[in-house]
Design a binder for this molecule. Structure first.
Ligand code: CP3
Length: 343
């Protein structure tokens, strides 16, 4: 199936584009009444993730409604801990919760590595259905959490501002931490490869809790594993690394085998370009809160952002996921402003 719109893939590979491609992290979700309508008919978030035809439906909604240049498969990073042996619950208006966490060596050896990828057939099926229904309109992005972020949820057992339990484990059990991180990396690589085999055109790895590690810790407990993911996968599909708040990681990511580096809004466009160099594409980085303005304000922000990043080797996005109370018309205003930008 040839793609009718492959802007994002060309931008990722550093080929010339006639305009800047745009999509948004968390574009499929509660900002869309159409998403909430599908979600309301089900027992909860997990059921939506595990029902391929419905996951495909909500994946495509933002392509139809917002006009974005890529779809991202509707799922969650927490399907990996579940497939490895630690099921998650999604508690309404609170977030993820793991009834079982890692307490001892027996729990560590019981975790599945590569074989975890066999447990996620429902994701591959959702990808196959989505690809068929998209019919080549835009590329489909597959994704996973970074090993460190997944580790953080597995040890902590829930969301946290500090993830101090997970960090305590790094400080007190560094070797055991690495055994777990290695297993998560094995599972993640196998899982992402299966997503590409099912039809994903591009991949993104989310390191949402990168910002709470020191630069040395980031290298030791995250960067090493990101590097392994890049070496195994970047040749099969363009790969984006997104490490929220990890200033130090920009330098090391610049040397890794990834095509795209995601930036959050605290990172300066020109400075980031300088650190990262001309051989990578950058993605980002508008503050999701900027979308609380009216459309005139949003257009001005988009102009500033595109003036700073330029139109080549660049993918427009937010600096983190959309907040659920964002007005969908303001999200559309963001997408339209990127599409209509003139330098
Ligand atoms: O549109 C998309 O971006 C694709 C779908 C997607 C979801 N989660 C759906 C979701 C993606 C890419 C994710 C990634 C994800 N999940 C991350 C990394 C990105 C980031 O935001 O930093 C993380 C840390 C998670 C874990 C997670 N999932 C949390 C902490 C929560 C609760 C917070 C919240 O927003 O409610 C979720 C739930 C979740 N994942 C929702 C959606 C649409 C909301 C649940 C609902 O619809 O009821």
């Amino acid at each position: 199936m040839t793609l009718k719109n492959d802007l994002i893939l060309r931008a990722a590979r550093g080929e010339k584009v006639e305009r800047v491609p745009v999509w948004l992290m968390r574009q499929a979700g509660r900002i869309l009444p159409e998403y909430r309508a599908v979600r309301e008919k089900l027992s909860g978030f997990r059921e939506l993730v595990m029902t391929p035809s419905l996951a495909a439906e909500v994946t495509i909604q933002p392509v139809d409604i917002l006009g974005v240049d890529a779809a991202i498969i509707f799922s969650d990073i927490l399907v990996i801990p579940e497939a490895m042996g630690l099921p998650y619950e999604m508690i309404e208006s609170k977030g993820p919760f793991f009834p079982k966490t890692i307490e001892n060596d027996k729990d560590i050896s019981a975790l599945l590595g590569v074989q975890a990828a066999d447990e996620l057939e429902y994701v591959y099926e959702a990808i196959r259905i989505t690809k068929k229904e998209l019919n080549g309109r835009v590329p489909l992005i597959g994704f996973a959490g970074a090993p460190w972020t997944i580790f953080a949820y597995m040890i902590e057992g829930q969301g946290s501002k500090t993830f101090s339990k997970a960090k305590k484990f790094l400080y007190t059990e560094p070797e055991r931490s690495k055994v777990i991180l290695d297993k998560i990396t094995d599972a993640t690589i196998a899982y992402l490869r299966r997503q590409v085999e099912a039809g994903a055109d591009m991949l993104q790895v989310f390191d949402s809790w990168a910002n709470i590690l020191s630069p040395e810790q980031y290298h030791e407990f995250s960067g090493v594993y990101m590097d392994r993911i890049c070496n195994e996968l970047n040749h099969i599909a363009p790969l984006t690394l997104f490490a929220k708040g990890a200033f130090s990681a920009r330098t090391s990511f610049a040397k890794m085998e990834c095509d795209v580096i995601g930036l959050d809004w605290t990172m300066d466009a020109k400075e980031s370009r300088q650190i990262i160099g001309a051989n990578k594409t950058v993605q980002g980085n508008l503050d999701p809160c900027a979308l609380y303005q009216n459309s005139k304000g949003i257009e001005a922000e988009v102009k500033k952002m595109l003036d700073a990043f330029g139109t080549q080797r660049y993918i427009a996005n937010l600096g983190h996921g959309l907040y659920p109370d964002t007005d969908k018309y303001m999200v559309k205003a963001f997408v339209d402003a990127v599409k209509e930008y003139k330098s």
